[in-house]
Design a protein around this ligand. Structure first.
Ligand SMILES: C[S@@+](CC[C@H](N)C(=O)[O-])C[C@H]1O[C@@H](n2cnc3c(N)ncnc32)[C@H](O)[C@@H]1O
Length: 280
């Protein structure tokens, strides 16, 4: 079955809620380095959770969220109104690859988080994003790569310690197949600073931010982790060994004392890297 972004709204919103402290750090880093910016574009904004944080970090800027998924654009517009940001933040329909973004140029900051690795030609996508920058001063910020999230120590008390690595490897293969992920996105290709250079951009800096939510986890984190493992079971459950499938089922079975629902040792530890570049 082909995956569609429309189906992912709840997951993208839950991920964004849990990741908020990390994204705030990245926005602060960026606004300290580049305090001015009269127009900010959030390309592939999804339902606009990160856009709200950008708008807070750049309080004097016009901020435009752009996404090709109609349900996300609608949700983003509603979110901006809920936050009282409607006077300077708006949501538009548009996509890298179909020339729709050109009308929004020039931008002092183009922010593009967790989007480019989904596209069939990341270098062409980066080149297109570079054409949106204000000549001479515009900055492109992409969030790509880092380290996968960890939620529990070792094998989670249900499998051997490599259980989690096998889940991640199987999931990664699944995403490569179903979302056109490139080698670059999964560590098999060139690193992002090199891809930025391939696209004619000048790499300025990369910085990795931690999402560090120690145990005991709050209810929102627990829901996020359960959602994540439920999704893993739905997507790749049938590709796991009998032993790993049984370990995953135990994590999700509320009748089992080791299930995610009951655990006091859930945490989130994850790293995401932001790369900054300017026009060459
Ligand atoms: C993983 S979500 C990231 C959402 C948001 N940037 C965030 O960090 O929470 C990927 C987003 O890329 C959008 N997308 C997919 N193809 C795109 C394209 N060609 N141009 C721009 N955005 C695209 C999807 O609609 C989705 O909202």
């Amino acid at each position: 079955m082909t995956a569609t972004w429309e189906d992912e709204l709840a997951t993208v919103e839950r991920d964004a809620a849990v990741s908020e402290p990390m994204v705030r750090q990245a926005v602060r880093w960026l606004s300290d380095r580049h305090p001015l910016g009269s127009r900010v574009l959030d390309v592939g904004s999804g339902p606009g959770c990160g856009t709200v944080l950008l708008a807070e970090g750049f309080p004097a800027s016009e901020v435009i969220a752009v996404d090709p998924t109609p349900g996300f654009v609608e949700r983003a517009a509603a979110r901006f109104a809920e936050h009282g940001l409607g006077h300077r933040v708006r949501a538009e329909f548009g996509a890298i690859g179909d020339s729709s973004l050109a009308a929004l140029a020039p931008a002092d900051l183009v922010w593009c988080a967790h989007v480019v690795h989904h596209l069939p030609d990341p270098v062409a996508a980066l080149r297109e994003l570079s054409t949106l920058l204000t000549p001479g001063s515009g900055v492109l910020a992409i969030a790509e790569g880092g380290l996968p999230a960890r939620f529990l120590p070792g094998g989670y008390g249900v499998g051997n310690p490599s259980f989690v690595n096998r889940l991640e490897a199987t999931l990664s293969d699944h995403f490569v197949e179903s979302w056109s992920l490139t080698g670059a996105a999964v560590g098999g290709g060139r690193d992002w600073p090199l891809l930025l250079a391939d696209a004619g951009l000048r790499h300025q800096a990369s910085k990795t931010f931690l999402l560090d939510l120690p145990a005991p986890a709050g209810d929102d984190v627990r829901r996020h982790v359960i959602d994540r493992f439920t999704r893993i079971q739905r997507l790749i459950g049938d590709q796991l060994s009998t032993e790993d499938a049984a370990a995953l089922a135990r994590l999700l079975d509320p009748a089992d004392p080791v299930a995610l629902t009951h655990r006091q040792d859930l945490f989130v530890l994850q790293a995401t890297t932001w790369h900054l570049a300017t026009g060459a």
